[in-house]
Design a protein around this ligand. Structure first.
Ligand code: SF4
Length: 93
């Protein structure tokens, strides 16, 4: 496993001010490190069992980030260009 793991906090609007974030991340880390005994005196990480989906904790206070507003002028120009491109399909009668 490599890279930075995304959590619910990654996409939460409270991320910058949240006082629960550290506890949430610690709890997620604890879940990620759960070991399962295989019965032969060995154990594997729960996350390494291929047929079990990864467990991602759900925070009760999660609030999704608002979508980023695009440039409205650019968006309007694109819409107008698309509309003019479709005019050839209009019925000329
Ligand atoms: S409210 Fe929950 S999901 Fe959002 S940043 Fe805090 S701990 Fe993370």
């Amino acid at each position: 496993m490599c890279g930075v793991k995304e959590t619910q906090c990654t996409h939460c609007s409270h991320l910058q001010v949240c006082s629960y974030k550290e506890k949430y991340l610690d709890a997620q880390k604890a879940v990620d490190n759960i070991m399962v005994h295989t019965g032969d005196r060995s154990a594997i990480y729960l996350r390494d069992i291929s047929w079990i989906r990864p467990v991602l904790l759900e925070c009760s206070y999660f609030s999704g980030k608002a979508p980023v507003m695009r440039d409205t002028m650019q968006s309007a120009a694109l819409t107008a260009a698309q509309a003019s491109g479709l005019r050839f399909m209009e019925d000329p009668t």
